[in-house]
Design a protein around this ligand. Sequence first.
Ligand SMILES: O=c1ccn([C@@H]2O[C@H](COP(=O)(O)OP(=O)(O)O[C@H]3O[C@H](CO)[C@@H](O)[C@H](O)[C@H]3O)[C@@H](O)[C@H]2O)c(=O)[nH]1
Length: 320
Amino acid sequence: MRYLVTGGAGYVGGVVAAHLLAAGHRVTVLDDLSTGFRAGVPDGAEFVEGRVQDAAKWLDGSFDGVLHFAACSQVGESVVDPEKYWRNNVGGTIELLSAMRAAGVRTLVFSSTAAVYGEPTTTPITEDAPTAPTNPYGATKLAVDQMLAGECAAHGLAAVSLRYFNVAGAHGAQGERHDPESHLIPIVLQVAQGRREAISVYGTDYPTVDGTCVRDYIHVDDLAEAHLLALGAAIPGEHLVCNLGNGNGFSVREVVEAARAVTGHPIPEAEAGRRAGDPAVLVASADRARERLGWRPSRSDLAGIIADAWAFAQREETGA
Ligand SMILES: O=c1ccn([C@@H]2O[C@H](COP(=O)(O)OP(=O)(O)O[C@H]3O[C@H](CO)[C@@H](O)[C@H](O)[C@H]3O)[C@@H](O)[C@H]2O)c(=O)[nH]1
């Protein structure tokens, strides 16, 4: 099969592209390199530098489906520059959908997020939980989910929205890298490497096991496998929504403790105030992904996830 992967130079898109290639598919990556690097594009993928808004230039009937990752994804930035998020994330997807319709490409897997749920009312979170995003990033991802439901009903698109919880770990030389970095595990590992003095723990008075926020960390390879399964599970006319998480929560302090064990470095902590918009607990119910996709995450051990991220961070540091 032949697939277009938008945003395939990024962390998740690049790892999914690698899994598609390993499964014997042909992959074309479409990415505008707005993140400043193309390290994520795996060997063996065709690479097209361009914007998703211009997908019509490259999409034709030789493609069997699209995996859509191209999006702005920094929560904080979305609050200060919401227009950029609506323009890219929603505007870009409108153009992609019309290009797909024109080319007769009728299968789509979309990179959605747990951020659509906002502050959850129950845990673990199922797909039927109320959606109430607390920032423009989550709002634009929810808008695309809603757009896809309409596209499926009106035009018979087969679409799956995968709502990721906290993606972590690495696939060999493909790992998580943002500039500036804001995610917990990469920052903790920068402290281990001596590139930062301490990890600022955002909030120690949450109603959780140790007062710090609890998240559901999922290995990027498990996440990638769900995308391949989603391609097979997509049904014309149906918009399927699945959460992707392990169903286990770990606190910030548990993550830091696990990183100390993995790296052998002390990793000092500095208590800081709460970060605006952080829910106390975000843990997925992945029952639907198990039932509908047949998905079985196999790398849910936190130490293993951090060990892969650490190997990637060390590789980046030494340029190996
Ligand atoms: O220096 C840091 C960085 C993070 N945290 C905490 O660590 C947890 C995880 O933070 P982070 O890695 O930034 O992820 P989240 O804020 O949970 O957001 C992730 O999960 C969201 C949906 O659940 C997605 O929308 C985001 O894109 C994705 O980054 C949170 O409680 C943060 O407050 C710290 O204490 N110190």
